[in-house]
Design a binder for this molecule. Structure first.
Ligand SMILES: Nc1ncnc2c1ncn2[C@@H]1O[C@H](COP(=O)(O)OP(=O)(O)OP(=O)(O)O)[C@@H](O)[C@H]1O
Length: 271
C-alpha cells in the first residue's frame, strides 16, 4: 500500500517554484530520509507528503492514514507545562484522561523527560522540546511519523539518546524524516532521497533496482577516459579501471573505450 504517490507534482509558493516535477512513491513501512542542502526543499517535500501543503501542479495521492508530524521548530512561547501540553494534544485524538496519563508517563520514561513533566515548556531545553514534539506526534498512534530535522540543535548525547529511542519504535510504522546527519541516515533510514533545487536527484531504491554493469578495462593513460561518464570509476594501479555504468549505457561506453584504444578485460552484470 502506498502512503504517498506524487506524479510530476510541483509546489509553487508566492510565485517561486519550490518543488518541481516530483515523481515518487512511498510505501507503508518504509523508513525514508530526505536529504539535501539548506533551502533545497526538504521541509516543503515533507509537508507535501504530510498533506500540510497541497501541490500546485501534477498529481498527488495520499492514503487515509493517521499521520504524526514533528515540526522543525517547536513553538517557543507555549506557557503550558510539558504534561499539560501533551494532555491537551492527546485529548484531540479522543483518548480518556486515564489512558493519556499512563501513555504520557510511558513516553516520558522512554524519552528520559519524566523530571521535566511539570516544567513550563518555554523553560525546557531544546532537546526536551524536541522530544515533546516527537511525543505529541506519537500520542496520535500514527501510521506515518513525519519528522523535520529531528536531531538539529541537539548535543551528541541527546542525539544518540533520541536515535536509540526512535529505533525502539514499532517496526511496521512508516517513518519519513529530513536530516543532514549522515549517521542518523545510515543508522535509521532504509531509503534515501536527495533533493537539489527542488528536484528529486537521487533515490537509493531506484539505484538499487537499476541494473548496472561493471566494465574492467586497461587504458593507455588515465586521460583517455576522462570524458567517459560513469556512475563510478575505480582505479587498480595506473592502467586498470573498473567502471560502473547503467546497463542501458554499457554498449555506448564499451564502444567509446574500444575507439580510445582500451582493452576490455571483463564485463559483468550486477543488480
Ligand atoms: N512559506 C514559504 N514562503 C516562501 N518561500 C518559502 C516558504 N517555504 C519555503 N520557502 C522557500 O523554499 C525553499 C525551500 O525551503 P525548505 O524549507 O523546504 O528547504 P529545506 O531544504 O528544508 O532547508 P533547511 O535545510 O534550511 O531546513 C527555500 O528557498 C525557502 O526560502
Amino acid at each position: 500500500m502506498s502512503v504517498f504517490e506524487g506524479n510530476k507534482a510541483s509546489k509553487t509558493i508566492n510565485g517561486s517554484v519550490i518543488l518541481e516535477d516530483l515523481t515518487l512513491t512511498i510505501s507503508q513501512g518504509e523508513r525514508v530520509a530526505i536529504t539535501g542542502e539548506n533551502g533545497s526543499g526538504k521541509s516543503t517535500l515533507l509537508k507535501l507528503i504530510a498533506g500540510i501543503y497541497e501541490n500546485t501542479s501534477g498529481e498527488v495521492k495520499r492514503a487515509h492514514l493517521e499521520k504524526g508530524y514533528v515540526p522543525e521548530h517547536f513553538p517557543e512561547t507555549i506557557k503550558l507545562k510539558l504534561q499539560e501540553y501533551l494532555m491537551l494534544v492527546g485529548k484531540m485524538s479522543g483518548k480518556s484522561k486515564e489512558e493519556l496519563t499512563s501513555e504520557i508517563s510511558e513516553y516520558a520514561k522512554l524519552f528520559n523527560v519524566t523530571e521535566f513533566l511539570h516544567t513550563p515548556l518555554k523553560n525546557c531545553s531544546k532537546g526536551t522540546k524536541q522530544k515533546a514534539g516527537i511525543i505529541q506526534a506519537l500520542l496520535k498512534e500514527p501510521d506515518v511519523l513525519l519528522m523535520d530535522e529531528p536531531l538539529t540543535g541537539l548535543d551528541d548525547k541527546a542525539q544518540t539518546e533520541l536515535l536509540t529511542q526512535l529505533q525502539s519504535l514499532q517496526k511496521n510504522q512508516t517513518v519519513i524524516f529530513t536530516a543532514h546527519e549522515s549517521y542518523l541516515i545510515d543508522a535509521f533510514a532504509e531509503r534515501v532521497l536527495q533533493i537539489k533545487s527542488g528536484r528529486l536527484v537521487y533515490d537509493s531504491t531506484k539505484l538499487n533496482q537499476e541494473k548496472v554493469r561493471i566494465i574492467k578495462a586497461t587504458v593507455p593513460t588515465r586521460e583517455y577516459i576522462s570524458g567517459i561518464q560513469a556512475m563510478s570509476k575505480k582505479w587498480h594501479g595506473e592502467s586498470l579501471v573498473e567502471l560502473t555504468v547503467s546497463a542501458n549505457e554499457s554498449d555506448r561506453v564499451l564502444t567509446l573505450l574500444l575507439k580510445q584504444g582500451c582493452s576490455i578485460i571483463e564485463v559483468s552484470e550486477k543488480r
